[in-house]
Design a binder for this molecule. Sequence first.
Ligand code: NAD
Length: 501
Amino acid sequence: MKTITHWIDGKPVEGTSGRFGPVYNPATGAQEKQVAFATVDEVDAAVASAKAAFESWGASSLAKRTAVLFKYRELLDAHRDEIAELITAEHGKVHSDALGEVARGMEIVELACGISVQLKGELSTQVSTRVDVASIRQPLGVVAGITPFNFPAMVPMWMFPLAIACGNTFVLKPSEKDPSASFRLAELASEAGLPDGVLNVVQGDKTAVDRILEHPDIEAVSFVGSTPIAKYIQLKAVEHGKRVQALGGAKNHMLVLPDADLDLAADQAINAAYGSAGERCMAVSVVVAVGDTGDELVGRIAERAKNLKIGPGNDPASEMGPLITREHRDKVASYVASAAEQGAEVVVDGTGFSVDDHPECADGFFLGVSLLDRVPLTADAYRDEIFGPVLCVVRAETYEEAIKLINDSRWGNGTAIFTRDGGAARRFQLEVKAGMVGVNVPIPVPVGYHSFGGWKDSLFGDLHIYGNDGIAFYTQGKVITTRWPDPADAGGINLGFPSNS
Ligand code: NAD
């Protein structure tokens, strides 16, 4: 069986722990690979390599760093299909969706190619007589990233390209469920000319994560994953004196006003709720139907939901693939049953689904799509992040009731409003408590040069990821005040606090 290894100091490292995690093909349910789990010593070796590499990489010119990044972008472009295939084979999402993930990750590489402009700094001349002040930003040193299963290429690319463009060196701990994409991204970076040690990948579980959080030579940690682990990461990283940004889970609401184009809203609800089998932190998981839109909207969503083509991700006809594991599939399915018991109306029941036209997929981790209407706010299906193809609809009499409901949610990642009323949309943008807002856009994932991040239990830390916040996160500011006296100046003693004149 193929073993996915670490990537340390510019080469594959098999590891010595004797501990491995299973890597499944979710479409067939078969374990096709295993991934090595790092020991503390292997994490230490990756950090030591990154620390040694920082000596020269951190001091290297912007021209040198960006030359590597431009080459890297070229290689990613040439290998995008291959990376997407790796993602589909381990995550299960359909090939077109995997290609989209690679493209969105590459946006950050493209942003990193332009780092010279972003790191220009500021200069004020003659702030006092013959005194100039410059503000510059410098790298932190060794930084680390810990990433989730649902975007095995994009989320790592939210982190390391900007971090290394800023002059840091990086240790990545990808999800153990679909680790091949990260390994391949590191290999390609090396091929692009990235010096050994600048980007390391340690595969593994809690042992590796905890060592990263405790390691005295790691300056900052970026994390993306579920809310309970994000909270843990933030607390432990801070306890060990590190800068941290920890992005957590979500429950994204899509508000539909009575004046909305209901066909557009139904199409977008389908795309955003069931794309990638609902395993997206920006998936729409609740539609809030305002006024009398509910019955009509639910009817249109149901009609579309029943026609979705579910199958293996490598079949171009499939629109939705399987879930990540059997356990997760069963847990997601249990929310449909519990919602019915707790008072919701099951309009479309996706449990018990099987793929008929692919015999090799009989044991795959498939689940059909479910649509739940009139879901009580007390039901588990409304309160928990399900992270699967289950869409809840709740009804609200008025806009005020709808926005209160959204703002009362413990999460605040993304949200969207569907309306033709510009005034209502504007009010929503200002009033809603979430980090990313869409107006007639269901999945408002910001482009690379704006930052991504939620509010409330969707983000722990201050700075969002990528964009300007990403650059701020991976650098520290320095202000330099210089005086070059005119040869005619006299010095003189003055113990007073420096003031400008
Ligand atoms: P997860 O929290 O289980 O795992 C994320 C990472 O943490 C993995 O690398 C994993 O190995 C590690 N980890 C897991 N348990 C740990 C523990 N006890 N101690 C230390 N490390 C641990 O998340 P997941 O299931 O891989 O991903 C899905 C979750 O990620 C969802 O909640 C989703 O909303 C969230 N997510 C959020 C965003 C965002 O931008 N806010 C983006 C993608 C995914």
